[in-house]
Ligand binder design. Structure first.
Ligand code: FAD
Ligand code: 2HG
Ligand code: ZN
Length: 447
């Protein structure tokens, strides 16, 4: 491989080959997926991205696009010796239009930096999740990230009005005017959202902003059983127009988070299931939420309006991922169930998993209002996929989705036919071939 040619495209400083420095780019956040790379290439402009893609095509060298490397399905790291194309230098936030409420962000902009820029001028970005400080705009588009505010603002796809990207043949497509209504053919942002780096390298996006809501209240509600928590979630969705998040977790997860991070328990008594809800408005939503909380009858509740206390309550939910990672490398199954099947799934999933690996530990939490559950399984060898098979076939039996918001990556590739027909897979392959004829872009994920 002629590294000098890559150096001449992006500058010698931006081609990293030293294995000590490539370490953080070749292993994923969980430590379950790792590989090696001949080079991490860090372009600084869309033209440099296009030149690197053209070079890869000419030299038959595949690449893996990478943003913050917080992806959880083994799709962001070079498992087959690919080049890593790191987009983090493309981090400019520009053309923030106060009138339309739109902004253009480079692919490498972190979600936290985007939020900061929007909030400084009275707007906000509608998508938010725990990895906000590292996850990037490009990665969030490639995975169609969801997070904790989907009930109010939708997923990443719902925020993307325009896109700039480099396709597999090195051509640049750019449509960043941000017209809200623009039915002029195939909608490239929709196609690239969730494409996991297989169709194009996203270099920038025109994003919709939402009004900044400064008055907030968070409530942690405890229930005797999962039915109580799910019924409360549904009642709150129906009656509280300011509801932004409704998150579910269980006592084993709460216990683990408290023990791992030395936190006191948030409520005096233990409960089976917990619902964490957040409301946001321009006027204080505490009273309206309080009245509704009483009507859904939790056993106990902790309520916080002040920012620090709100963050404390959120920590019990958001720290699940980190706490579980410290138990051992988890198998992560991020799934959606139809609302009416959630309880049946939660009841059955432990038995199914322990039926194939009796020593496994199953952790369940998620975004209750979206039907999105995160099943994490620890105590399993990284390559032993029997637990993945058990969970994903249960999901399919219940007519759910094997990927709610993290994508397919390499972790779930073999189970994609559980959700997609042969005709759909053929259509996807045809699209892939049209946009990436030489299979240069992340060829080992998704299909
Ligand atoms: P990476 O991990 O670098 O890449 C992810 C995928 O996108 C890969 O396939 C990669 O090839 C591709 N890609 C990256 N950049 C580009 C680009 N510019 N162009 C084309 N393809 C690209 N996800 C959720 O949806 N909801 C959550 O609530 C959530 N919570 C999380 C909490 C924690 C603690 C962690 C570690 C992760 C969480 N995630 C969540 C997963 C992760 O943050 C998202 O998938 C995120 O969108 C990945 O962004 P990234 O920049 O880190 O992308
Ligand atoms: C979350 O909702 C993330 O916290 C991560 O999507 C889920 O760790 C997981 O499995
Ligand atoms: Zn999630």
């Amino acid at each position: 491989m002629n590294i000098t040619e890559l150096q001449s495209i992006v500058g010698p400083r931006h081609v990293v080959t030293d294995t000590a420095r490539t370490q953080t780019f070749v292993a994923d956040w969980t430590g379950r997926f790792s590989g090696s790379t001949p080079a991490v290439v860090r372009p600084g402009t869309v033209e440099e991205v296009a030149a690197v893609v053209e070079w890869c095509r000419a030299n038959a060298v595949p690449l893996v696009p990478q943003g913050g490397n917080t992806g959880l399905v083994g799709g962001s790291v070079p498992l087959h010796g690919e080049i890593v194309l790191s987009l983090t230098r493309l981090d400019a936030v520009r053309d923030l239009d106060d009138i339309s409420g739109q902004v253009t962000a480079g692919a490498g902009t972190t979600i936290a930096a985007l939020q900061t820029a929007a909030r400084a001028v009275g707007w906000d970005y509608g998508v938010d999740w725990g990895a906000r400080d590292s996850a990037t705009v490009g990665g969030s588009i490639a995975t169609n990230a969801g997070g904790s505010r989907v009930i109010r603002y939708g997923d990443t796809r719902a925020q993307v009005l325009g896109i700039e990207a480099v396709l597999g043949d090195g051509s640049i497509i750019s449509h960043l005017d941000g017209l809200v209504k623009d039915n002029t053919g195939y909608h490239m942002p929709s196609l690239l959202c969730g494409s996991e780096g297989t169709l194009g390298v996203v270099t920038a996006a025109r994003l919709r902003l939402v009004p900044l809501l400064t008055e907030r209240v968070v409530a942690l509600l405890a229930f005797d059983d999962v039915d109580g928590a799910l019924a409360a979630c549904s009642a709150l969705r129906r009656s509280v127009s300011t509801l932004e998040s409704a998150e579910l977790f269980f006592d084993d997860g709460l216990e683990l988070v408290c023990a791992t991070f030395g936190l006191g328990r948030p409520l005096t008594a233990k409960a089976a299931a917990y619902l964490l809800v957040e409301c946001a408005d321009r006027v204080d939503p505490t009273e309206s939420l309080g009245a509704m909380v009483e009507s859904v009858g939790p056993n106990d509740a902790a309520v916080a309006s002040e920012a620090g206390r709100r963050a404390d309550l959120w920590r019990y939910r958001e720290a699940h991922t980190e706490a579980i990672n410290l138990v051992g490398r988890p198998h992560k199954l991020d799934v959606t169930l139809p609302a009416e099947a959630m309880r049946a799934f939660i009841e059955a999933v432990r038995t199914r998993v322990q039926g194939v690996v009796p020593s496994a530990t199953v952790w369940v939490f998620g975004h209750a209002a979206d039907g999105n559950l995160h099943v994490n399984v620890t105590g399993v060898e990284p390559g032993d996929e029997r637990v993945d098979e058990a969970v994903l076939t249960l999901v399919a039996e219940l007519r759910g989705s094997i990927s709610a918001e993290h994508g397919i990556g390499t972790a779930k590739k073999r189970w994609l036919p559980l959700n997609r027909s042969a005709a759909e897979l053929a259509a996807m392959r045809a699209i892939k071939h049209a946009l990436d004829p030489d299979a240069i872009l992340n060829p080992n994920v998704l299909l």
